[in-house]
Design a protein around this ligand. Structure first.
Ligand SMILES: Cc1ncc(COP(=O)(O)O)c(C=O)c1O
Length: 398
């Protein structure tokens, strides 16, 4: 593998020394013709894998018709996708943008204006340790990772941080911070290391938010859109949020973001309060509609649950009795394998073995394959990754 020279691209990423050229299903090929099994899915983006035979012609048709108009005019596909997201979530209205951080920015603005509308002049939002919400100034301020924040102060004020799944800490906030207007968390933390909110904790949050007249805002940018085996991960807890930012998998690779709201939040923005030039453009909307249609037609939620369970069982079998593997966790096709040491070098080793994965929170191997992944491909992921992890753990700890 030789790194392509990139003298003109800003060095914001530590990249592996390959460039991908094309893909089909869960397979991708690099510019030297080497094949890889994709267990990363573009970081939970390529819901339908690569070059999906029904998505591609639909997008080609849309590109030939209209890519972008403007929010000066009605965009009928926005209503179609908004209605579908409301049907799937039980919420009532959607705003469209182009990325996850933009969806989260919209959520933060909704929370603040919700506060101002009820007379709270300095509204505060409860956020979480190890959370990740994006890299704009407001979303990195909400993020619970000092590495993401370092060098970008002063941070945005108005966030109160608590540990995940700790009701006593939230209770303390409730008693001492009268300006709180919302609670904002990922249903399952992705970048933070695949840390799930306990379902009972989410139910408690829903109750507290109702009692306090706070908004419950669930960032489903990474864990939403069928990845856990339900349309949205919070549906496992049988609750509904007031505000739900989405992005990543919604467009199967076409940039898209959405913030979907229930009745308590849907009327907070009025004309002129928020906007986005690219948000809701016909190409992105068509990508969202086709993604959800194909997911439904092909039973991809059930597939995510089934293949996810096979992957987990496979890794549990392979790693049973191996002390360096601390925990295998997650839901559906959002899987984290926590090791007892930093394991970033596994990225390169897996790539050399023909497997694309991710490592997050330093010591957690993260798998986010396309939702079309088959049981056979799941078994191949286990067969490729397990020996690499065992070999890695057999070498002395640094
Ligand atoms: C939970 C969560 N929220 C927000 C974001 C930011 O999304 P984007 O990179 O599209 O801005 C991410 C990205 O990883 C994420 O995982």
């Amino acid at each position: 593998m030789t790194a392509p020279a990139e003298p003109h691209v800003m060095k914001t990423y530590g990249r592996l020394p390959i460039a991908l050229s094309h893909g089909r299903g869960c397979r991708v090929w690099d510019t030297d013709g080497r094949e890889y099994l994709d267990a990363l899915g573009g970081i939970a983006v390529n819901t339908l894998g690569h070059a999906h035979p029904r998505l591609v012609p639909a997008l080609q048709e849309q590109i030939g018709r209209l890519i972008h108009s403007s929010n000066y005019y009605h965009v009928p596909l926005q209503e179609q996708l908004a209605a579908k997201l409301c049907e799937l979530s039980g919420l009532s209205n959607a705003f469209f943008c182009s990325t996850g951080l933009e969806a989260n920015e919209a959520a933060i603005k909704i929370a603040r204006k919700f506060g101002h509308d009820k007379g709270v002049e300095h509204p505060e939002i409860v956020v979480y340790e190890a959370a990740f919400h994006g890299r704009s100034i407001a979303t990195l301020s909400a993020t619970g990772n000092t590495k993401v924040q370092a060098g970008f102060g002063p941070l945005v004020e108005g966030f109160v941080r608590v540990p995940l799944n700790d009701l006593a800490a939230l209770d303390e906030v409730r008693r001492t911070r009268p300006n709180v207007v919302a609670v904002f968390l990922e249903t399952i933390q992705g970048e933070g290391g695949i840390n799930a909110s306990r379902w009972e904790y989410l139910q408690d949050l829903r109750r507290v938010c109702n009692d306090q007249d706070w908004l419950l805002m669930l960032d489903e940018v990474q864990c939403g859109i069928g990845r856990t085996g339900k349309w949205f991960a919070h549906q496992w807890a049988g609750i509904q949020p007031d505000v739900m930012p989405l992005a990543k998998g919604l467009g199967s690779g076409v940039p898209i973001g959405a913030v979907v709201c229930g009745p308590k939040a849907a009327g907070v923005f009025g004309p002129g309060n928020h906007g986005s030039t690219f948000g809701g453009n016909p190409l992105a909307m068509r990508a969202g509609i086709e993604t959800l249609t194909i997911m439904e037609a092909d039973g991809l939620l059930a597939n995510a649950a089934e293949v996810g369970a096979l992957l987990k069982a496979g890794f549990e079998r392979e790693f049973s009795g191996i002390a360096g593997v601390k925990e295998i966790r997650g839901a559906g096709l959002m899987i984290g394998i926590e090791l007892d040491r930093p394991c970033g070098e596994l990225l390169g080793r897996a790539c050399e073995a023909g497997l694309l994965i991710s490592v997050t929170a330093e010591s957690v191997i993260r798998l986010l394959p396309p939702l079309i992944v088959t049981a056979e491909e799941g078994a191949q992921i286990v067969a490729l990754l397990a020996p690499l992890v065992r070999q890695f753990l057999a070498s002395p700890k640094p």
